[in-house]
Design a protein around this ligand. Sequence first.
Ligand code: FES
Length: 331
Amino acid sequence: MTFTVSVGTDSVDCRPDQPILDAFLRGSVWMPNSCNQGTCGTCKLRVVSGSVDHGPSPKNTLSPAEREQGFALACQATPCSDTVVERLDAAPAGDVHALRDLVGTVSAIEDVARDTRRVLVTLDSPLEFSAGQYVELRVPGTGHGRQYSMANTPGESKQLEFHIRRQPGGLATDGWVFGSMSVGERVDMVGPLGDFRLDPEEAGPMILLGGGTGLAPLKSIARQALTTQPDRAVHLYHGVRGEADLYDVDLLREWERAHSGFRYVPCLSDETWSGRSGYVTDAFVADFDTCRGHSGYLCGPPAMVDAGIKAFKRRRMAPRRIFREKFTPAG
Ligand code: FES
């Protein structure tokens, strides 16, 4: 049994146990989304007619008053009848890549920095996605998923690259990626997800600020931008605690030699060394007097992303040109 869920001129079938967001994205109908866990509020929509079950929607993301007013979280709500909804945001530029279930094989596992692994997964069939998006990996035997951004570009659609940081005691990290995971293992995933992606309509200079494994989607975005515009001004700041946490340094230095507009700035917050020390946001502020005409991309822990947004605005970057992805360690 399915219900019809509609937005604008688009309609999709949705099972009574299926989140509305999942049904729309599988039908290549764009809905704003970021965390897909009910915590960010990005997917909030208005129910125009019909009714939904709010499921596990947290009260601090969707208040009782908002429920009364007809709002719902698309990533949590399931339909109780045929339903018409209204998006609160206009669709961004670019293609909508259909969400789908994916199966792949672990093809490489590499320790690249302190408590940080690069995992390559070769898919059975290629995945269409935009630079910056992520997939959710199913952690074997747990019924849980974990979200990891692709560090490869959309052109490398058959082999996905993930950067994964160990969380002590973490179900997915200590319990799997840093434990039992082996080359040749089959992996189930769903994706692509998320609205953090390279804006296909902007061709101007870019500033990318990443914290820890927040480098992954920025690496994809930077490389994709340089693939289409080899001389584009792309400033990539990577913030970590110590030198042992840095990775892909040689590769990024190679990009600097190959692309006249590319600049890579590693920053250590807890150590002094031959390079930049302090927070990435402070390094950026010190380097730029103004960012008019620039686009900004931020990925990392919430505090870093919030500081980066403030720093971009202080340097006069237009708010509509600021793109962000916050992550919290899920273990
Ligand atoms: Fe974050 Fe739904 S609450 S995408």
